[in-house]
Design a protein around this ligand. Structure first.
Ligand code: RB5
Length: 142
């Protein structure tokens, strides 16, 4: 899976760890910043990543901030982006299988690295199931 990743300052400290987890799972990971922990505004990075995902068909994104909430709110403003705020492997699995989510969000202040690893495993492993879920996903956007 081709994956873009971006954080804000609150989650910069775990970006390299998450990149390694995702790369070790066989993903191609492209880092869209930031490159240090200077305070930034999370929507700037959410919008940058969503534009990259929308431009590269079939790609995915990972957005991390303190809680994951701000990133997911900003990402879901983009038509064609389905950003899912995940807290564990189950929510990550369902986000892929039922919601066809293309952007994974989580919070550095909410989940530890062990949980992040299981979230990334589920995200990388499961595909969209289609069928009745495709009908529902199709009704999300106007
Ligand atoms: C930054 O302090 C924090 O507000 C941000 O990382 C995020 O949690 C917003 O939703």
């Amino acid at each position: 899976m081709k994956l873009y990743i971006a954080t804000d300052h609150a989650a910069f400290c775990i970006k390299e760890d998450v990149k390694k987890i995702l790369t070790d799972l066989g993903n191609e990971v492209i880092d869209l910043g930031p490159q240090n922990d200077t305070r930034v505004d999370y929507p700037d990075f959410a919008h940058k990543l969503c534009n990259a995902v929308l431009a590269a068909e079939g790609s995915f994104g990972v957005l991390i901030c303190g809680t994951g909430i701000g990133m997911s709110l900003a990402a879901n403003k983009h038509q064609g982006i389905r950003a899912a705020l995940c807290h564990d492997s189950y929510t990550a699995q369902m986000a892929r299988q039922h919601n066809d989510a293309n952007v994974l969000c989580f919070g550095q202040r909410v989940v530890g690295l062990g949980t992040i690893e299981s979230i990334c495993e589920a995200w990388s492993k499961y595909d969209f199931e289609g069928g009745r879920h495709a009908t529902r996903v199709g009704k999300i956007e106007f």
